[in-house]
Design a protein around this ligand. Sequence first.
Ligand SMILES: Nc1ncnc2c1ncn2[C@@H]1O[C@H](COP(=O)(O)OP(=O)(O)OP(=O)(O)O)[C@@H](O)[C@H]1O
Length: 250
Amino acid sequence: MMERALSIRNLKVSYKDREVLKGIDLDIYKNKITAIIGPSGCGKSTLLRCMNRMIDIVEGAKVSGEVLFGGENIYAPGVDPVKIRFKIGMVFQKPNPFPKSIFENVAFGLKINGYTGDIPYMVEKSLRWAGLWEEVKGRLKDDAYVLSGGQQQRLCIARALALEPEVLLLDEPCSALDPVSTLRIEELLLNLKERLTIVIVTHNIQQAARIADYTAFLLDGNLVEFGETSSMFTVPKDKRTEDFITGRFG
Ligand SMILES: Nc1ncnc2c1ncn2[C@@H]1O[C@H](COP(=O)(O)OP(=O)(O)OP(=O)(O)O)[C@@H](O)[C@H]1O
């Protein structure tokens, strides 16, 4: 049987009194790319934010159910969400480098984490993993904002990778990027899955088809269908999945 990086069990989320995730059960397999797709407002970002307790910082959000990581529920009492986020990293829609140098952006997490090893080595390694090293090696002291949008997004990926996470969550990481930068990120994710597990929220069906091993289709807070991308996109089990992936709604 395939190993799971995360197991989500009966996950429910409400904002104030409105339930937006209505009991999700979903397994995220190790060293695979899982895409979460569905129409706007169906709960994709909310589900992703539950996977590393980023949801904790959303005001008014109430979570019930379990997210098992290494056999332990990350919502159990006493679990430190900060530690969880080191192991389950996240990259957002809009590239959000810190107002610091390229080097310091990648080194930041290591420093606040009290890392005592070789920081320059880790910075180089992370930038290589993120496919950015060759482009920035001569200007590590430059401000991160001099980089293009696509490079900034790869820098944010490098920043997350520096902490050697087991899982990387990406919330529409390419939606602010041009097609060439988008393809570079996709290529990068395909290479990265050898090292870690990837979950990506995307509004781009073609992107899911290109890179995801598994796809989860959400609709109105429910998981309608989950399975191998290749079979879901050729023979969807549910009529609603078929309608969505053929562009009839959403
Ligand atoms: N902080 C919040 N407070 C109240 N309601 C929220 C909050 N965040 C999201 N919602 C609502 O919860 C529902 C699910 O939102 P979510 O962002 O998870 O969906 P999504 O599928 O990622 O949407 P999109 O594709 O448009 O980003 C939506 O109806 C949204 O308006």
